[in-house]
Design a protein around this ligand. Structure first.
Ligand code: ACO
Length: 357
């Protein structure tokens, strides 16, 4: 049996939460403005799911679109990999839930937890599974529901979801505002790709450059729901707002604008390419200012950098497959183009992947 040189993406698709939330709506539930959010993050709107929708439901929606786009029947999928930091349940992961919802049984389903670099780490896992022959038609989903992190009360949620115009109390607004630097950034969405061996040995994933550094975990983490505590989740933690991620925005920002360009350069070097060879960089959509910082470091023109955070906010493991799908379907990426995915997130984990479309 001949060795498989590369895996490639055969199709892609994405879905977003059911309800669009513009910046102005968030200014009704916390002390923020459309102007501040746009200026500091580039975000104009994001989508939230209705309560009861699970990450696996969004993942399923994206999976169906990717399967249709790849013209692959769900029954031919022989491996599922899911990247998420917001699973339906503490355990099990989302992979087996999507498997069941697709009507598949007994194929392996694997979850990985690499937060904002989940899609890039996952691509390396998927590529290795395909090249080793362990998978022939693989479904890889990046999906997140961040709305569960939001500190709003039922009344606050009614406002956010457009079901009430009644003002919330100042006390609640003050509480929500403690988290305002974080809650304005995130959205709910899922992106998926179907992957398989590259037929011609030229197209597909060419290499990776991945890194982690656990020294600054507390710069971005959720300080509850962990087995350091007994019980692992408590009423006291809820009252203290410890279910909301803690984020030292400036540290994250600095890490991102330093490590992401380094990863791009490293993956070029590893695969024998130069920056000039890359047709398009698709960065994880953390913040438009981060993407602009990366673009500046790499001295890339706008035509070689893709951003869509304005429309979806930060959707963690879903940002890259969503951006990739938009680029493929709009013709921004053409067959033969060299595409670089790059991201950084909690852990810290970061890295880049290079792919010949
Ligand atoms: N609305 C209005 N004012 C706000 C808001 C808000 N939503 N959030 C913070 N502020 C205020 C602060 O209280 C502060 O006020 P002060 O000067 O009176 O103290 C002021 O704005 C400046 O706050 P900073 O935190 O210094 O603002 P900064 O310019 O650093 O922007 C931000 C904050 C947007 C979070 C930025 O640090 C950032 O983008 N960091 C990267 C974090 C990120 O992208 N995380 C995404 C998740 S992780 C990932 O995907 C990699």
């Amino acid at each position: 049996m001949s060795a498989i040189a590369h895996s490639r993406i055969l199709g892609s698709g994405f879905v977003v939460g059911e309800h669009k939330v513009k910046n102005e709506v968030l200014s009704k539930v916390c002390d923020t403005t459309d102007e501040w959010i746009k200026e500091r993050s580039g975000i104009e709107e994001r989508y939230f799911v209705r309560e009861g929708t699970g990450t696996s439901d969004l993942g399923l929606g994206a999976a169906k679109k990717a399967l249709e786009n790849a013209q692959v029947d769900a029954k031919d999928i022989d491996y599922i990999v899911v990247a998420t930091m917001t699973p339906d349940y503490y355990f099990p992961g989302v992979g087996s839930l999507i498997q069941a919802k697709l009507g598949l049984s007994n194929i392996p389903a694997l979850d990985i937890r690499q937060q904002c670099s989940g899609f890039i780490y996952g691509l390396q896992v998927c590529d290795a599974l395909i090249r080793s022959g362990a998978a022939k038609k693989l479904l890889f989903v990046g999906c997140e529901i961040h709305s569960g992190f939001m500190p709003f009360s039922k009344k606050g949620w009614d406002v956010v979801m457009g079901e009430s115009n009644e003002p919330i109390s100042q006390e609640e607004k003050d509480w929500n505002s403690k988290f305002r630097h974080l809650l304005v950034l995130f959205g709910d969405a899922a992106g998926a790709v179907v992957m398989g061996p590259s037929e011609d040995g030229k197209r597909g994933l060419l290499g990776f450059s991945l890194h982690s550094d656990g020294n600054n975990v507390e710069s971005l983490y959720v300080p509850s729901a962990g087995f350091k505590y007994r019980p692992y989740f408590s009423e006291a933690h809820v009252k203290e707002g410890r279910f909301v991620p803690v984020m030292d925005g400036r540290t994250v920002f600095k890490m991102a604008v330093t490590k992401m360009p380094e990863a791009v350069m490293e993956v070029c070097q590893k695969t024998g390419h130069t920056l000039d060879d890359i047709n398009l960089v698709i960065p994880h959509q953390a913040n438009l200012r981060i993407s602009e910082g990366v673009q500046k470091q790499l001295k890339l023109p706008d035509s070689r950098m893709y951003n869509n955070i304005q429309r979806y906010g930060n959707t963690t493991a879903a940002t890259i497959p969503i951006a990739y799908d938009e680029c493929r379907t709009s013709g921004r990426i053409k067959q033969g183009d060299l595409v670089c995915f790059v991201g950084l997130g909690a852990g810290f984990h970061w890295g880049a992947a290079l792919m010949r479309e």
